[in-house]
Design a protein around this ligand. Structure first.
Ligand SMILES: O=c1ccn([C@@H]2O[C@H](COP(=O)(O)O)[C@@H](O)[C@H]2O)c(=O)[nH]1
Length: 231
């Protein structure tokens, strides 16, 4: 199973099909807002029919009843992982899990993970804009403990918090880490970034990589390079 989840941040089905044609074997991909809002949820079936594993990254955040209903319908798509915002609270996360169980197809319930603090959030922004005092790592670990209490399977966090989360929540609690850059890449809008090699060192279960792969001159070669760093 690959450790690299490629973020398919494209705005058309054609771009996705062209991008995935470079891969001869199934990989792990992430379908997020950009692609879903451009193509609708039909794109999930298209990518699934090509044999790829899917993390559907729609980051649900609403009242528990609404999230439960939303997740029930997302589970019917047969995706592997989906997610919510941990900031929605424990009752909302429990409802997400219930919805996924109700909608599960063929006995397969998608894993549910919670976004802690976005990797584009710095300590300064968290303190001054979001009004959360203290260090990012403390907030992220608290959100991870909430997600565990709600029965979720893991969290989205930065590489810098992964080891502390494993210590607090146990080795089987998944850490899925975006904000990945090769040393030569520009950081763009990300704030809490790390290399694939450091992600491996910190024990991250999966890394999420978008632009470093999709915008590189040879995406397949860059994917292979990154995937090998995670082995
Ligand atoms: O905290 C988060 C949660 C989700 N993401 C998503 O991951 C990719 C990262 O893309 P890059 O191009 O590698 O920066 C993107 O789809 C985000 O929506 C995140 O970055 N941070």
């Amino acid at each position: 199973m690959s450790k690299t989840i490629v973020a398919l941040d494209f705005s058309s089905k054609e771009e996705v099909v062209q991008f995935l044609s470079q891969f001869n074997e199934p990989i792990y991909v992430k379908i997020g807002m950009e692609l879903t809002y451009a193509c609708g949820l039909d794109i999930v079936k298209t990518v699934k029919d090509m044999g790829h594993n899917i993390f559907l990254d729609l980051k649900l955040h609403d009242i528990p009843n609404t999230v439960k209903g939303g997740m029930k319908n997302l589970a019917k798509l047969g995706v592997d992982i989906t997610n919510v915002h941990a900031a929605g609270g424990i009752a909302m996360m429990k409802a997400a899990k219930e919805g996924l169980k109700e909608g599960a197809q063929g006995g397969k319930t998608p894993l549910c993970i919670a976004v802690t603090q976005l990797t584009s959030t710095s300590k300064e922004a968290m303190n001054n804009e979001l009004g959360i005092d203290g260090e990012v790592i403390d907030c992220v670990v608290k959100y991870a403990l909430n997600a565990k209490e709600a029965g979720l399977d893991g969290v989205v966090c930065s590489v810098h918090e992964a080891a502390a989360i494993k210590k607090a929540c146990g080795p089987d609690f998944l850490t899925v880490t975006p904000g990945i850059r090769l040393a030569s890449d520009s950081v763009d809008d990300q704030k809490r970034v790390a290399t694939p090699a450091y992600a491996k060192e910190q024990g991250c279960d999966y890394i999420v990589v978008g632009r470093s792969i999709t915008k590189s001159k040879n995406p397949k070669e860059t994917y292979d390079l990154i995937e090998n760093m995670m082995k």
